[in-house]
Design a binder for this molecule. Structure first.
Ligand code: F0G
Length: 371
């Protein structure tokens, strides 16, 4: 017997499946909302379209029918949300004829800048705080072909240096003070609304330089104005307690936290972030390194989601202020970077350890297993 299969017999691919299969990167998808024209030379690694994953164990801790999802932006091509901003920043730099870009970075920006700049045939200079960049991020920048300059200072010192250099020399600055970065990053808010059908009630997000919280707010506002959502979320920003200038109300000269990605004492987007907080009736709160690590381990061991420590600040923060969450609310926590970025932290702070020196035979292994 022969089986004839015509397309009419097949189930219709859902809109979501079509979208996933035909994904052309975020500039193509959200072209109408971005400052590009038909002749703009798009530099893309097909970033964006990252999953919004339910996290029931975390929702259970809060109770009261609260629903929690994580926007897992660690699944972007270089493993962090920075790819959203970098596809735009490098595309616009290419359009303007730039040959080189520069950034200061705690690691993720440098990895993204390196990948997109090299793909566009540009030199990438990255200035990093010596000794405070997670191993995976440094490895990426080097292999992508960036020229990595490690300075004896922190991120804030590095940002001051690259700002001055970009004013003096022919290199384009691609930190989040570059407005195209935030344009690209706002698309994460679009994706959340596209998948949920409306904006969440709360958005929890780690805050360093405060570019991302500003970009999300821009995205939620543009979509709301376009009638794609019925309301705006309350924006809840979380800083590491040892690097929490927004809570202190002034810059912190010597920021310290195990979450090196957000080890920032003087955020570049200070005013913008405060505007977001006021307009959204949101809050900035601190989370300790212990709280960050608890959330980091919880996400991995209970939900199967491996993010980097700075990303876990969003979940740590949500759990810290859980009594404030309205009953039945829809909450989204942003997980900004992939756990593989920082293997040293994973090994150092994991509860489990490897059983070592075990003889390579069945009895020895079974014994370790408790049989
Ligand atoms: N999470 C991760 C994983 C980050 O790498 C950063 C910033 C943030 C959160 C904070 O985002 O600065 O927009 O408030 N990383 C920058 C970098 C500073 O150089 O990679 P923000």
């Amino acid at each position: 017997m022969t089986l004839s299969i015509s397309s009419a017999n097949l189930p219709q691919a859902s809109e979501a499946a079509n979208r996933a299969n035909n994904w052309q990167g975020l500039i193509e998808t959200y072209r109408n909302y971005l400052p590009v024209t038909d002749t703009t030379p798009v530099v893309t690694l097909l970033e964006g379209n990252t999953p919004l994953i339910p996290v029931p164990a975390i929702a259970n801790i809060i109770g009261r029918q609260v629903k929690v999802h994580v926007k897992y932006d660690g699944l972007n091509p270089t493993g962090s949300f920075k790819d959203r901003g970098m596809t735009m920043a490098i595309t616009k730099a290419k359009e303007a004829g730039a040959n080189a870009v520069i950034c200061a970075s705690t690691g993720n920006t440098s990895a993204a800048a390196a990948a997109y700049a090299r793909r566009a045939g540009m030199r990438a200079f990255v200035v990093i705080p010596d000794g405070y960049v997670a191993l995976g991020k440094l490895a990426q920048a080097l292999l992508y072909g960036a020229e990595v300059i490690a300075v004896k200072g922190n991120f804030d010192d590095a940002l001051n240096i690259v700002r001055s250099i970009s004013e003096k020399y022919p290199v384009t600055l691609v930190n989040s003070v570059n407005p195209y970065r935030l344009q690209g990053q706002k698309t994460a808010a679009f994706e959340i609304v596209d998948v949920m059908g409306d904006a969440p009630d709360w958005l929890c997000i780690p805050v360093g330089n405060a570019g991302n919280i500003t970009a999300y707010w821009m995205g939620f506002n543009e979509y709301m104005q376009d009638g794609k959502s019925s309301h705006l979320p309350k924006m809840m920003g979380f800083q590491a307690a040892g690097a929490a200038p927004f809570i202190a109300g002034h810059p912190i000269p010597d920021p310290e936290t195990i979450a090196t990605a957000i080890r920032i004492g003087n955020p570049a987007n200070w005013e913008k972030a405060h505007k977001v907080q006021q307009e959204s009736y949101g809050e900035f709160n601190p989370v300790t390194d212990e709280e960050i690590l608890d959330a980091y381990r919880l996400l991995a061991s209970e939900e199967g989601i491996f993010c980097e420590p700075a990303s876990a600040a969003s979940v740590a923060g949500l759990l810290k202020v859980k009594d404030q969450v309205p009953t039945g609310a829809n909450v989204v926590c942003v997980l900004t970077g992939n756990g593989l970025k920082d293997p040293s932290s994973a090994i150092e702070y994991s509860v489990n350890e490897t059983y070592q020196g075990i003889e390579a035979n069945i009895d020895a292994v079974a014994k370790v297993m408790g049989f």
